[in-house]
Design a binder for this molecule. Structure first.
Ligand code: EPU
Length: 337
C-alpha cells in the first residue's frame, strides 16, 4: 500500500489538466480495499480514477485518489451461444475489445476505441454506434465502502439508462467497481444500423461482415472526427444528447427544418447536442487554450494549458447560448470534480 502525497493528476486525466491530489494510491489488488476502508490514518474522503477520460478537474483534489489498476481477464463459463468473461476494472476498455475480436466474441465491437477503463463502462453505460455496454454486461462486482464487503450487482439492479446507472445515482461515491462480467456472443448479431458504419464498410470494400470489420469501421469513423486524447486533451462528448418533447421539437422544426433527431418514446425525442452547439456558432471557437473541437462540436478540448476552470467556463457559455436559442438545457456528460 504505497501512498504518494501532493501528486499532479495531469498524467491521469485525458483533459491533461494539471491539478494536484492530496494523496494518491495505485490500487492493483482488490484485497487491499478492506484495509483502505478501515485504516484510520488514511483520509476519509476518497475519489476513484480509472482512465480519467470522463472527468473535468476544476480544483486541487482533497483526500485520497485511488487509481484503479486492477488487471485480469478470465473466462467464467460458457454455453453454446455465450461466453461469460470476468474483467478487472482497471483493464483498458479498447484492449478488451481487442481480446473479444481475437477470440471471435461479439457484442462490444461497436464500442471500439472508446477511451477509459472497463470499470467506467457500467458507471456511465458507455455507448456508441447503436450499441450500449448494458447489452453485454452480466454483472458488476464492487467493494461497498459503508457495508465493508464485496457486492455483486446484476444487470437489472444496475438500472442502466442513457449514459446513466445506479453507480451515478444512489451508489455514487459509495462503491469501488472491482470487476465486470460480460456475456459475449459466440454467434454474432451485427449491428450496423448507425448509418455511418454502413458507409464506412462500403468505403473499406467489406463484402462479408465480421466482428473485426465492424470494429475497424468504428475505429476509422472515430479517428476521423474525434480528437485522440493522447494528442489533444479531451473527454469525448462533453454534454449528453438532450431529450425533449415532440411538442417542443415541432416548434423548433418550424425554424430549423433540418434538425436531426432520434425518437425515444411516443412523447419524447432526442436531438444531438453537437448539432445544437454548432448552430449556435461554437464549432472551432477557442477561449485561450480551451476550445470547441472543429470537427465535432460536442467535444471540448484542451489545446494547451487550459485549466479545468477555463473549460468549465466555456461550457457554461455554451449552455447559456443553447438555452437561449433553443430553450434546451444541456446536461454535462463529464463528471466535474
Ligand atoms: N452533429 C452536428 N455537428 C457536430 C456534431 C454532430 O451537426 O458538431 C450532428 C451530426 O451531423 C449528426 C448528429 O449530430 O446528425 C449526431 O452526431 P454523431 O453521429 O457524431 O454522434 P453524437 O450524437 O454527437 C453520440 C455519442 C458519442 C458516440 C456517437 C456515435 C453522446 C453524448 N455521444 O455522439 O459518444 O461516439 O454518438 O454513436 O451520446 C462519448 O460519449 O464520449 C461519445 C463520443
Amino acid at each position: 500500500m504505497q501512498l504518494q502525497q501532493n501528486i499532479s493528476l495531469k498524467p491521469y486525466n485525458t483533459f491533461g489538466i494539471d491539478v494536484s491530489a492530496e494523496y494518491l494510491m495505485v490500487l492493483n489488488d482488490a484485497a487491499i480495499l478492506q484495509q483502505v476502508n478501515t485504516d484510520k490514518s488514511l483520509p476519509a474522503e476518497k475519489h476513484i480514477l480509472g482512465g480519467g477520460s470522463n472527468v473535468l478537474l476544476t480544483k486541487a483534489v482533497k483526500g485520497l485518489v485511488l487509481l484503479n489498476k486492477l488487471k485480469g481477464i478470465t473466462i467464467e463459463r460458457e454455453d453454446e451461444e455465450h461466453v461469460w468473461v470476468k474483467v478487472s476494472a482497471g483493464e483498458i476498455w479498447h484492449e478488451l475489445v481487442h481480446y473479444a475480436i481475437d477470440n471471435n466474441l461479439a457484442g462490444i465491437e461497436n464500442l471500439a476505441l472508446i477511451p477509459g477503463t472497463v470499470g467506467a463502462a457500467p458507471i456511465q453505460n458507455i455507448g456508441a454506434y447503436g450499441v450500449e455496454a448494458k447489452e453485454t454486461i452480466d454483472s458488476v462486482r464492487c467493494w461497498h465502502w459503508e457495508e465493508q464487503e464485496f457486492i455483486t450487482y446484476s444487470n437489472a439492479s444496475c438500472r442502466f439508462g442513457y449514459r446513466d446507472s445506479i453507480f451515478k445515482q444512489e451508489l455514487k461515491n459509495k462503491v469501488f467497481v472491482t470487476d465486470v462480467t460480460f456475456r459475449l456472443n459466440k454467434k454474432p448479431a451485427y449491428n450496423i444500423s448507425y448509418g455511418a458504419i454502413e458507409q464506412e464498410l462500403q468505403k473499406m470494400n467489406v463484402t462479408s461482415l465480421s466482428i473485426k470489420a465492424i470494429a475497424d469501421a468504428v475505429i476509422a469513423i472515430r479517428s476521423s472526427k474525434l480528437p485522440d486524447p493522447k494528442q489533444t486533451g479531451n473527454a469525448g462528448s462533453f454534454f449528453k444528447n438532450p431529450t425533449i418533447t415532440y411538442e417542443h421539437f415541432e416548434l423548433l422544426q418550424t425554424n430549423y427544418p433540418n434538425i436531426p433527431s432520434y425518437p425515444v418514446s411516443d412523447i419524447m425525442i432526442k436531438v444531438p447536442a453537437g448539432w445544437l452547439i454548432e448552430q449556435c456558432g461554437w464549432k472551432g471557437v477557442k477561449r485561450g487554450d480551451a476550445g470547441v473541437h472543429e470537427k465535432q462540436a460536442l467535444v471540448i478540448a484542451n489545446y494547451g494549458n487550459a485549466s479545468g476552470k477555463e473549460i468549465w467556463e466555456l461550457s457554461e457559455e455554451i449552455l447559456e447560448s443553447v438555452k437561449e436559442r433553443f430553450g434546451i438545457i444541456l446536461e454535462r456528460e463529464v463528471q466535474v470534480w
